[in-house]
Design a binder for this molecule. Structure first.
Ligand SMILES: [Zn+2]
Length: 219
């Protein structure tokens, strides 16, 4: 290549997109059959992992991950091939189990804090010491003022905490139909006893179409 010419520049040869694309796919396939990436993905999601794959593959070819993303955004076939593999990673049983486990710990923390505010019952030390002093003071004020007392929510929170302590695997399972409650629902309603559909039945509200599964949205 003559000096001053770079791959992908208007006067240079086009980047070997097919080769790059195949390398991205095979790297994602290799990940799907390994497990080392799971702990990281469980905490930060698969986006950073995907970005790293793109960097690894694109940089040696002198193209940016952004240029590759632009390309596959315009090409439905290529995009589907990538999305299919990302979905497979997101649905990896090891990742799902680890995300559930992380979510249970987070929910337990949230529920103890909430219970303190709505009932005045103090959270255990491991929860209390993980909170910074400014927030501790705020929570103490709220708990001691009694303004947030909630006799309806408190038993539901207690019930969820009991499940987490005594039978953690049942936490996040719908008590009415047995399906796994979406993580997104548990993050918002950590005391949920039921999936959204059964909750609506309990409340006597009309049914709406099922909640969509979490989409893989990079594009
Ligand atoms: Zn249900």
């Amino acid at each position: 290549m003559p000096p001053g010419m770079t791959i992908g520049s208007p006067e240079g040869p086009p980047p070997p997109w097919q080769e790059i694309h195949r390398a991205v796919l095979s790297t994602l396939d290799a990940l799907a059959s390994s497990t080392g990436w799971i702990p990281t993905a469980a905490t930060v999601g698969i986006e950073p992992l995907f970005e790293r794959v793109l960097q690894q593959v694109c940089e040696p070819h002198g193209v940016t991950p952004g240029a590759y993303i632009d390309l596959i955004t315009k090409d439905t076939g290529m995009r589907r091939e990538v999305q299919k593999r990302l979905s497979k990673l997101m649905e990896h049983p090891g990742l799902v189990a680890m995300r559930r486990e992380a979510q249970r710990r987070e929910a337990e923390h949230q529920l103890y804090v909430l219970r303190y505010v709505i009932s005045g019952e103090e959270p255990p030390d491991w929860v209390w010491t993980s909170i910074d002093e400014a927030q501790q003071a705020q929570l103490r004020d709220a708990a001691e003022s009694g303004e947030e007392r909630d006799p309806v929510l408190t038993p539901r929170v207690q019930h969820a905490l009991r499940k987490l302590a005594e039978a953690p695997s049942t936490y996040g399972e719908c008590e009415d139909c047995g399906t796994t409650i979406l993580l997104e629902r548990l993050q918002i309603v950590p005391w949920a006893e039921c999936c959204a559909a059964c909750q609506r039945k309990r409340e006597g509200t009309p049914d709406v179409p099922p909640e969509p599964q979490v989409p893989v949205t990079y594009f």
